[in-house]
Design a binder for this molecule. Structure first.
Ligand code: CTP
Length: 398
């Protein structure tokens, strides 16, 4: 899959550096040539010898490694690569990149190149959430740098949250997506998927039966066609696709924020089953029975309609906006009305009546609705629906 591709892997100085060694193996398993570059700080975590032994290539460490080579060695080193991957991309490395600093070999290579760059950020959750890092991230995205991760999870520092480096398999998937030459190569597609959870109190929530299966299948199909996919997922029961930039959210409000942060995109597909309402009087502490038999009562507030918001953006609207309509009666009429009301280009309508077994099942029967009419597809595997839809998206963006 990556045969003949040359990856320059810049290993930053963070505890996740050990996973970069696994990444070398993962990339090589897929046929790539991997040339490792270690920052000084990275050498505190892994040795150049292990990187070079796994890669089967010389591991570069500082600018002066290159003085015995051809003139302007660092420029050749960075330009000979098909892709530069920075993993782990520490807060410090991201700051250097965003500001064009070139004080060591890694940052010099990054500044001296016009090769595409993919970063896998890894840092403590507070560092990740710090406005300075978020500013640098936005700057890097505007410069065309692609990102994979970070994931949510337990971190080596004992905290929990976003900041953990994406798994090597996911990074390798993102490398493949970045280098793919399918019809969606170079396109950014945003996908929402899964249910949302709306808290009642810290331990209870309101959810729905969406498994995220159709969204995950769609993510995979888009990656297979070469798209760069930002996959924004509620708490789904199926795994997310490989090779996407995964953003995990819980509530509809978090999903909206994640969508806004991920734009611009060439196309956006809203496969998530977003809760229409949140609990307005959600309790900060667990609601207790007080012994009197009194029943709690919930007040609801309407959530923002993410699909409608994006469809109606005055500036920066994706060229193609696709919504899903889950209906239990009057499928076509409801879905057609929904397309108009929300302002999206296409609606993928499906009947989620319990007897269809579609919600949570492996098959789907959809009708694709656009401004010109409706087209019913036969019942088929969700993977097949996804591939067909991805192909149509590729046609529409061609
Ligand atoms: N959607 C969204 N944000 C919401 C609600 C829905 O982005 N707050 C999107 C879904 O991802 C889907 C589409 O809107 O693509 C249709 O969602 P659906 O729940 O079927 O429609 P509703 O607008 O909620 O209409 P109703 O519940 O009345 O059928």
């Amino acid at each position: 899959m990556l045969a003949g591709k040359r990856i320059l892997l810049i290993i930053g100085g963070g505890i996740a550096a050990y996973k970069a060694l696994e990444l070398i193996r993962e990339l090589k398993r897929r046929g790539a040539t991997v040339v490792p570059v270690l920052t000084r700080a990275a050498e505190q975590f892994v040795t150049p010898l292990s990187a070079s032994a796994l890669a089967g290539e010389k591991a570069y460490r500082d600018l002066f490694d290159l003085t015995d080579e051809a003139e302007m060695g660092h420029i050749q080193l960075s330009r000979s690569a098909d892709l530069i991957v920075v993993a782990p991309a520490t807060a410090d490395l991201m700051a250097k990149m965003a500001n064009g600093l070139a004080g060591d070999l890694a940052s010099t290579l990054l500044l001296a190149t016009d090769t595409r760059v993919l970063i896998a950020p890894a840092m403590n959750v507070r560092m990740w959430q710090h406005p300075a890092t978020q500013r640098n991230l936005a700057r890097l995205a505007a410069d065309g740098v692609e990102t994979v991760g970070p994931d949510n999870g337990d971190m080596a520092c004992g905290e929990y949250g976003p900041g953990r480096m994406a798994e090597p398999v996911a990074i390798a998937g993102a490398v493949e997506a970045a280098l793919a030459d399918g019809p969606l190569a170079g396109r950014h597609v945003l996908v929402t998927s899964g249910p949302t959870h709306e808290p009642i109190d810290p331990v209870r929530y309101i959810a729905n039966r969406s498994s995220g299966a159709q969204g995950s299948a769609l993510g995979r199909a888009l990656v297979a066609l070469g798209a760069r996919v930002t996959f924004i997922s509620g708490p789904a029961s199926v795994p997310p696709p490989e090779g996407v930039t995964l953003v995990r959210v819980e509530t509809a409000a978090e999903m909206l924020a994640a969508v806004e942060a991920a734009l611009p995109a060439d196309a956006a597909v809203f496969a998530a089953a977003v809760a229409d309402w949140r609990v307005a009087n959600a309790a900060g502490n667990k609601i207790k029975k007080d012994g009197s038999g009194a029943l709690p009562s919930l007040d609801f507030a309407e959530n923002a309609d993410i699909l409608a918001r994006v469809s109606q953006m005055a500036l920066g609207r994706p060229r193609l906006v696709v919504g899903f309509a889950a209906e239990t009666d009057n499928l076509l009429a409801h879905a057609q009305a929904k397309r108009k009301r929300k302002g999206c280009d296409w609606i993928v309508a499906n009947d989620v009546s319990p007897e269809t077994g579609i919600m949570g099942g492996s098959e789907n029967a959809v009708t694709l609705i656009d401004a010109n009419g409706a087209e019913s597809w036969p019942r088929m595997d969700k993977d097949m629906v996804a591939r067909r839809l991805a192909a149509r998206i590729a046609e529409a963006l061609a």
